[in-house]
Design a protein around this ligand. Structure first.
Ligand code: FE
Length: 181
């Protein structure tokens, strides 16, 4: 192949790339993995199988309140001492406000003095995932729901025993369900 032909091919390929509709991937769900995986249910006291919850942005926007959408889907943060659960002491389970997955048991909740609901561990490691968050000139470990990838808060290393972890969670990301004492 002559050099001029190679050049022609490169220009043609670049042209195709440029012409490709760039908006196409935008509306597609961020997560395409539909494989079933195991999550823990407090009510069942056991693991169950579920596919990841994947929805287009427009659907989340319709389902959630503006505050929930801002925090769960756009990594927002509620003001300290403003949320429903930072000073909440009932016996029960805190679920993901977006997909309903059990996240934290009230037995692992403690007063961190931060104004956000704080827990030293999730109901199961399988129900929570972490992502590296480099916003605001800090590197923090973002906590997300393992089933729907919604933003919950951050995890820090200054929590109480037995784990030494502080899961600092937005009240808006949670719904509370009472359990019998
Ligand atoms: Fe979720």
């Amino acid at each position: 192949m002559k050099a001029i032909q190679v050049l022609g091919l490169i220009i043609a390929a670049a042209g195709l790339f440029w012409l490709a509709p760039s908006g196409q991937a935008k509306d597609a769900p961020a997560q395409t993995d539909t494989e079933q995986r195991k999550f823990y249910s407090v009510e069942k006291g056991d693991y169950f199988q579920s596919a990841p919850v994947v929805k287009p942005d427009a659907e989340w926007q319709q389902q959630l309140t503006p505050a929930q959408y801002k925090i769960l889907r756009e990594q927002g943060t509620e003001y300290a001492y403003s949320g429903e659960y930072w000073d909440h002491h009932e016996h029960g389970v805190y679920r993901c406000a977006a997909c309903g997955l059990d996240l934290y048991h009230s037995d692992t909740k403690y007063d961190s003095g931060t104004g956000w609901p704080s827990f030293y561990q999730p109901v199961a490691a399988e129900n929570i995932a972490t992502r590296s968050d480099r916003s605001y000139f800090m590197v923090r470990n973002e906590l997300i729901c393992a089933r729907c990838q919604s933003h919950l808060g951050h995890v820090f290393g200054d929590g109480p025993p037995p784990t030494g972890k502080r899961h600092c969670i937005n009240s808006v990301s949670l719904t509370f369900v009472k359990l019998p004492e």
